[in-house]
Design a protein around this ligand. Structure first.
Ligand code: MEV
Length: 317
């Protein structure tokens, strides 16, 4: 048996702009996807549980599945298995991360599966290989544009600054409230829409992206020095710029304004927008009130820690 787990992520600053090579700042969170591989001669299958979906099973030989939603998770696992010709194993997946919510669940599943398979089949992949192969596989499944942010955070953990390059950053952990609209979103569709807007109005959207990049860069020093009020202000500015490129929704706005009224230091969309999640930075005393305000506004709300550990592998020989 080989097991691996990998974290989800939040993007603190810079989503969408990062797709055009502008600097973004993300942190791995303390919610994880877990994968177990077992040798099952003659049978290759994927079982997934607790993905905030109903349980399901997919047999790769018969192609039998129960639940259409399940396809989303199993597509990522089966793509990893196919890439490396893995057979005669059962993959069991479970995850704390809601799917299609902008918290990096698909990247965490791909990275955990790949890292477990690497150990199980002695593929000889380094951590850098895991990050780059996982990015390739996730992108192929999503058939779209996208940055390596999610797969890099699932692999390395901690905080990363991503632009054309990926740089790990040594920054303190933060408590962050996450508010989910409970509406699934399609990252590819949102990225295509924003990139289309950039192509149509480069003179307008280009400077918006540059401003987002400046926020991400400035935020690094603020986070390092724990200047949280200023960090919160920059979250509010970044949110306004994301609204400007059209990825806000009524439900996301309601959660953002509820968080600000609930005394958050700042609040913004996290991830692609168009549904999914927002984040809010609690004041030192105010996380209980903040979570209550988000729930009252109709969201699912929980606290996460940022800057958490990357992929972890355990082999039971
Ligand atoms: C999605 O979590 C973040 C986006 O910037 C897309 C990406 O970076 O791949 C919208």
């Amino acid at each position: 048996m080989t097991a691996a787990s990998a974290p989800g992520k939040i993007i603190l600053f810079g989503e969408h702009a990062v797709v055009s090579g502008v600097s973004a700042l993300g942190g791995a969170i303390d919610l994880r996807a877990r994968v177990r591989l077992e040798d099952t001669p003659g049978k290759t299958s994927i079982e997934a549980r607790d993905l905030t979906l109903q349980g399901f099973r997919l047999d790769l030989i018969t192609g039998q599945i129960v639940s259409a939603d399940a396809m989303r998770a199993t597509r990522y696992v089966s793509s990893v298995l196919k890439e490396y010709g893995a057979r005669d194993i059962t993959v069991k997946v479970d995850s704390d991360l809601p799917l299609a919510a902008g918290l990096g669940s698909s990247a965490a599943i791909v990275v955990a599966t790949l890292a477990a398979l690497n150990e199980h089949m002695d593929l000889g992949l380094s951590r850098i290989d895991v990050a780059s192969q996982a990015y390739k596989i996730e992108k192929a499944v999503q058939q779209g544009l996208g940055s390596p942010m999610d797969t890099a955070l699932a692999t390395y953990g901690g905080y990363l600054q991503v632009s054309r390059d990926i740089s790990p950053l040594d920054l303190p952990q933060l408590d962050m409230a996450v508010g989910s609209t409970k509406q699934p979103h399609d990252t590819r569709c949102e990225v295509e829409r924003v990139q289309g807007l950039l192509a149509q109005h480069p003179d307008i959207v280009g400077p918006i992206f540059q401003a987002i990049g400046a926020i991400s860069s400035k935020a690094v020093a603020l986070l390092r020095d724990m200047r949280l009020e200023e960090l919160g202000e920059l979250m509010n500015v970044n949110h306004g710029l994301l609204e400007a490129v059209g990825v806000g929704t009524k439900e996301l706005s309601e959660l953002v304004y509820a968080a600000r009224a609930g005394e958050a230091l700042g609040a913004k969309i996290t991830g692609a927008g168009g549904g999914g999640c927002m984040i809010a930075l609690p004041s030192s005393e105010g996380s209980t009130r903040l979570i209550a305000a988000l729930k009252q506004a109709g969201g699912r709300a929980f606290l996460v820690k940022t800057g958490c550990e990357g992929v972890r592998v355990v082999r039971d020989r």
